[in-house]
Write a protein that binds this ligand. Structure first.
Ligand SMILES: NC(=O)c1ccc[n+]([C@@H]2O[C@H](COP(=O)([O-])OP(=O)(O)OC[C@H]3O[C@@H](n4cnc5c(N)ncnc54)[C@H](O)[C@@H]3O)[C@@H](O)[C@H]2O)c1
Length: 358
């Protein structure tokens, strides 16, 4: 495949580069004035990190590699402090660079470390999960968790470049690929119906990490995210549409003690808001059925436990995006036309939930 560049407008503009066999392109994203590069990665990516180290040395940089605890265990104040220690001992200056090589947990932590070291140094993101490629690594939101909740501490800090090497996805477990596909499909529902057509034409090809269909899906989903964050960097309004399916999705993640993958919970959340929009007379029954068909074809769930409604409602009311206890949802007025639904009546909410409960 040819390499594609998608420009993101932010406090400084940057490119998301999408292609295959791209690790050699990383030095080009770093900038010539940097000397040192701190590469943060989980153990699973160690072979790739070594290859990257060799490429960085060949281009005259001084790489430092640090293995992070896996997944969410990386997103803690303790791990950030360990990174600051490495940066301090290696005398990283304002010109030097942090690089996140991993899934969304790694890119969130790497971005946060870069945002805070010397009040902000450059970060290059090399996402290695589908979710991180189409969502976490693009857009500049960085953060860590605290004992009180997920992503409560963080900063907006855009990367200087994002490199999506689709070859990295070949080692990703199928369950992670499916979960990431929920965010891809979300971009289809809110902004790019061609994504939905591609999945409908051949769902198996959509999750084949070596195929051309997945490549086009990543390009299209990144283009949607780039367009939305380019117009609303700090989540004032338009960026909210990216939360399609996330209000109930977050509540389900909470109810499951964060053992469900994010995308899997969002899949159920999208069917719920589709039902909500149908109940409010804004979305057709055919479009709701399309949600169920597409998500099911990708092996994603479209129902949830009927006995959990009171707990989920309570969790949605506590969500940090809820304002003055009024529930707000991104809904569709037809495919590709997101709108907002504020304070829906309790019976409308309950009816939508009963349509997805089992
Ligand atoms: N900043 C944002 O805008 C944003 C958006 C969405 C999600 N997020 C964050 O992203 C995180 C979830 O990201 P995720 O789903 O990528 O999870 P993750 O980073 O935890 O990665 C999932 C697992 O896959 C492994 N892995 C990663 N790449 C691999 C590869 N190529 N081959 C084999 N194994 C690989 C990881 O080691 C980990 O065990 C959450 O912390 C979430 O809050 C952030």
């Amino acid at each position: 495949m040819s390499t594609v560049r998608i420009e993101v407008r932010a406090e400084h503009d940057y490119d998301v580069v999408i292609g295959r066999d791209l690790l050699d392109a990383v030095p080009g994203l770093i900038g010539e004035d940097a000397d040192r590069v701190l590469v943060l990665h989980p153990e699973a990516l160690a072979p790739r990190a070594y290859a990257l180290r060799d490429a960085l040395v060949a281009h005259g940089y001084e790489p430092h590699l640090l293995v992070l605890p896996d997944a969410e265990d990386a997103k803690t104040a303790e791990v950030a402090a360990t990174c600051w220690g490495v940066l301090g001992r290696a005398a990283f200056s304002r010109r030097d660079v942090v690089l996140g090589l991993g899934g969304g947990a790694t890119t969130d932590l790497a971005g946060f470390v870069a945002a805070t070291w010397l009040r902000g140094v450059r970060v290059v993101q090399v996402p290695t999960t589908l979710l991180a490629m189409v969502d976490a690594a693009v857009g500049g939101k960085t953060g860590i968790n605290t004992a009180e909740g997920k992503n409560l501490v963080g900063a907006f800090h855009s990367p200087v470049g994002v490199l999506c090497d689709l070859d990295l996805l070949t080692t990703l477990p199928a369950a992670d690929l499916r979960a990431g596909m929920a965010e891809v499909v979300k971009c289809g529902f809110i902004a790019d119906p061609r994504i939905l057509e591609l999945v409908e034409a051949d769902p198996a090809a959509a999750v084949d990490s070596s195929g051309a269909v997945l490549a086009e899906l990543v390009e299209r989903a990144v283009a949607v995210k780039a367009r939305v964050v380019g117009e609303d960097l700090r989540e004032a309004s338009l960026r909210e549409i990216l939360n399609y399916g996330h209000t109930l999705g977050h509540a389900i993640e909470h109810a499951e003690g964060y053992r469900w993958r994010h995308g899997v919970a969002v899949a159920v959340g999208m069917v719920f808001v589709a039902e909500l929009a149908r109940g409010a007379g804004r979305l057709s029954a055919d479009d709701v059925a399309r949600h169920r068909r597409i998500l099911t074809s990708l092996g994603l769930p479209v129902t949830y436990r009927g006995d959990r409604w009171p707990a989920l409602l309570e969790a949605m009311r506590r969500d940090k995006k809820t304002r003055h206890h009024t529930l707000r949802f991104v809904v569709l007025d037809g495919i590709g036309h997101p709108g907002r639904l504020e304070g829906p009546a309790p019976d409308l909410l309950a009816a939508a939930y009963s349509a997805i409960s089992r």
